[in-house]
Design a binder for this molecule. Structure first.
Ligand SMILES: Nc1nc2c(c(=O)[nH]1)N[C@H]1C(S)=C(S)[C@@H](COP(=O)(O)O)O[C@H]1N2
Ligand SMILES: [Mo]
Length: 213
């Protein structure tokens, strides 16, 4: 190889390395996903669906959210009561543990902080866990400290619209930074307990502290 070709080769490989380093330094937002729209959100049509049973159909008129167990003040909340409570809107990525790269969606949830509802129900001193129930019988558990985080939500809207039926209409759990199996869809019951209970996937060996990282 003559000197001129050697220099060309050096220049070409240096450019390739520079290009590679540039692409590696681009930080993807934490809520990045396939097929995001202009706002970085996942259109409902490309949002994955994961569930163990059939989709139950709940009506807003008959909807009741029961809060019971080791609480001083058990509650039965109607849909209207729930949506008139103080709410927050947050961006999040919901991700299924079984394929976290493919099964994830960027969404914007609106809901009532679970903490607000628990404070109304007044958990007893010995309460350590919260078990959430879906209308079809699904369960997931949260330790009390996670249930009391400001952005753990009882959500009734996504991207400014009612939840799609398959994504938990009318109400579901939202547990940012934790795996999708804690996001109980068709939420109908919040059970506070002093026992170390496990939900459906937790009892099958998935992490009870279901942190994504
Ligand atoms: N009621 C109910 N909620 C559920 C489930 C379920 O089977 N039933 N599956 C969980 C699992 S494993 C995941 S990953 C998410 C998926 O939510 P999505 O279908 O809205 O994307 O829902 C969670 N909530
Ligand atoms: Mo999942």
């Amino acid at each position: 190889m003559n000197r001129r070709n050697f220099l060309k080769l050096m220049f070409a490989s240096a450019s390739l390395i520079a290009l590679y380093r540039l692409s590696a330094s681009i930080q993807l937002p934490s809520y990045n996903n396939q097929n995001p729209n202009a706002n970085g959100l996942t259109p409902f049509a490309s949002w994955y669906v994961v569930q163990i049973g059939k989709t139950p159909t709940l009506s807003l008129e008959n909807y009741v959210l029961t809060v019971d167990g080791d609480v001083e003040n058990p509650l039965k909340l109607t849909y209207d009561q729930l949506v008139s409570m103080p709410s927050v809107t947050i961006k999040d990525t919901i991700q299924c543990v079984s394929d976290p790269d493919f099964l994830r969606a960027n969404v914007e949830w609106t809901g009532v902080p679970l903490k607000y509802i628990l404070n109304l129900a007044k958990p007893n001193q010995n309460a350590i866990k919260v078990l959430t129930f879906g209308a079809e019988g699904y369960t997931a558990d949260l330790p009390m400290w996670k249930a009391m985080e400001d952005d753990t939500l009882v959500a009734y809207m996504v991207d400014g619209q009612p939840l799609p039926l398959v994504h938990g209409y009318p109400v579901r759990m939202v547990v940012p930074r934790w795996w999708g199996y804690t996001y109980t869809k068709w939420l109908v019951r919040i059970h506070v307990t002093s026992k170390n209970v496990l939900g459906y996937w937790e009892s099958l060996g998935y992490p009870d502290v279901a942190r994504k990282d």
